[in-house]
Ligand binder design. Structure first.
Ligand code: FAD
Ligand code: SIN
Length: 500
């Protein structure tokens, strides 16, 4: 048994921010299932929202966040988020993150739903830069021990209190980690869908872990689809940041029509659920596989300077920004719901905390405002690091973890693909009650198949698939329980109630 003051599952922005801050009051173990930098965080392009511009204020940021959340945000959590934002950016800068600036003043981008330029960024690879900064800071901190290739399989709960984590460490076998407090920071669950911007680590493990520990999990029906991911077989679901539309990029159908005029007065900068649904509707109306993003009319030098990664990646598949329109489709991008927490990151289980995309802090409500998630990871991981100080001492004994049930990887692949197809077709951008009911029985059927298959050797892929099945149930049940269209949840059967 390993003993630390705190154990963190996940090495994205939330996990590493917590580790760095909690190290001030104790020893920290970070368990991460791949290499340290492999996380959604590393792929973030656009940036971090913070009211740091001259004509901006936290009140305006608050208002934009509440509008995007469509009446379902927790106003206290939103206020906490936006007020803490400038200090969070300062902290990142202090630990070494570099953001674009001119004459010592931060250069701010603009994205959909924001009434001001307020996106702090590092060209179009902000996530890579902040993950680099937090990783290097963690490597320098002697009180933080990072276990890479350490797959958390279970939360250890004793008499209703989370007392640590069970994990499988590649080449080192099973270990149990005892801690005063455990933070789940496992990120998203994009791999529930056939098309997602999320990397392969995004398999809803935190939802599976939290559900088995009895934590409250809510709002999973609010699944965000990013409107503009590349439609190309060689670079599937590569994100074209919203900042490209912020810089003046326009959406066209294959006939060249700027179709957003037919959907929303805010055009390409309407909140992303509206843009994603408009693209979905346009593709269905015209029976096409994609729509197009056009930047050819924008100043070439500026665009190439602001979006070097995108220009380069598109060139690599033969798409030239100033000659071609970029073929785009929506893809799953972000889960707004998760383990419900208070302002200090506490879940409903004593000793168990959550932060980042896996948490349901209340700041996103029914729809997340662009670039608020890196901010949420920073702000709530920091407050959790304060809250854990009051937890009792690390236990000296631990309960045994529940037995694992892994299945043959071929079966896990088959079950995962069937699940992704069901979720994409029945629980995607536009849903129907009948489709969701079909999804409910398909997910239950797949879960039963999984349970009845003979046990096999340990396979992280298999456990991830089990976690995806658990996550899918929360999405489908949440969607069936929601009887009106709000934010990201859109059921075509309720379309006549006017909520679009
Ligand atoms: P992650 O960064 O995903 O980290 C999760 C960690 O948990 C990983 O280290 C993973 O390996 C580990 N893990 C998972 N399961 C286990 C397990 N069982 N055992 C051990 N370890 C485990 N948001 C913005 O605000 N601005 C943006 O510009 C932006 N752009 C984005 C672009 C892309 C392409 C994507 C995919 C997302 C973007 N987002 C953006 C969303 C944002 O990046 C994420 O919501 C945020 O980074 C999540 O951080 P996190 O720390 O919660 O999780
Ligand atoms: C983007 O860059 O478009 C993604 C921003 C986000 O997900 O917040």
């Amino acid at each position: 048994m390993e003993q630390f003051d705190y154990v963190v599952v996940g090495s994205g922005l939330a996990g590493l921010t917590f580790a760095l801050k909690a190290a001030a009051s104790g020893t920290v173990a970070v368990l991460t299932k791949a290499e340290i930098q492999e996380s959604n965080t590393s792929y973030a392009q656009g940036g971090i929202a913070a009211a740091v511009g001259e004509s901006d204020s936290w009140q305006l940021h608050e208002e934009d966040t509440l509008v995007a959340g469509a009446g379902l945000c927790d106003p206290e959590a939103v206020r906490f988020l936006v007020r803490e934002a400038p200090a969070a950016i300062t902290w990142l800068t202090e630990i070494g993150a570099r953001f674009d600036s001119a004459d010592g003043i931060l250069a701010l981008g603009r994205e959909g739903g924001h009434s001001r330029h307020r996106i702090v960024h590092h060209a179009d690879k902000t996530g890579w830069e902040i993950e680099r900064a937090v990783t290097e800071a963690v490597r320098r901190d002697p009180r933080v021990t990072v276990f890479e290739n350490a797959f958390a399989t279970d939360l250890l709960v004793d008499q209703g209190r989370c007392v640590g984590v069970a994990a499988r460490l590649i080449h080192r076998g099973d270990r149990r980690f005892a801690a005063r407090a455990t933070l789940v920071a496992t990120g998203g669950c994009g791999r529930l869908y056939t098309h997602t911007t999320n990397p392969r680590i995004a398999t809803g493990d935190g939802i599976g872990l939290g559900a088995r520990a009895g934590a409250r999990i809510e709002n999973m029906e609010f699944m965000q689809f990013h409107p503009t991911t590349l439609y190309h077989p060689q670079l599937r679901s590569f994100l074209i940041t919203e900042a490209v539309r912020g810089a003046g990029g326009t959406l066209r159908n294959h006939l060249g029509t700027r179709f957003m005029y037919d959907y929303d007065g805010r055009l390409e900068l309407a909140p992303r659920d509206i843009v994603a649904r408009a693209i979905d509707a346009e593709m269905k109306r015209l029976d096409t596989w994609c729509v197009y993003l056009d930047v050819a009319h924008l100043p070439r030098e500026e665009i190439e300077e602001e979006f070097p990664t995108i220009s380069e990646r598109l060139e690599s598949v033969g798409i030239h920004l100033f000659k071609d329109w970029i073929p785009v489709v929506p893809a799953q991008h972000y889960a707004c719901g998760g383990l419900t927490t208070d302002l200090g990151g506490r879940t409903s289980v004593a000793g168990l905390y959550a932060a980042g995309e896996v948490a349901n802090t209340g700041v996103h409500g029914a729809n997340r405002l662009a670039s608020n998630s890196l901010l949420e990871a920073l702000v709530f991981a920091s407050s959790a690091a304060e809250a854990v100080r009051s937890e009792p001492a690390t236990p000296t004994t631990l309960p045994a973890p529940a037995p694992l049930h892994c299945v043959n990887e071929n079966d896990a692949v088959r079950i995962r693909r069937a699940l992704q197809k069901t979720m994409t077709e029945q629980a995607g951008i536009v849903r129907t009650t009948r489709g969701l009911e079909e999804a409910r029985s398909a997910v239950a059927g797949l879960a039963e198949q999984y349970r009845k298959l003979p046990g096999a050797a340990f396979s992280a892929y298999s456990i991830e698939t089990e976690n995806l099945l658990a996550t899918a149930s929360f999405v489908v049940e949440g969607a069936l329980a929601r009887k009106e269209n709000v934010g990201l949840h859109f059921n075509a059967d309720f379309a006549s109630n006017g909520s679009q």
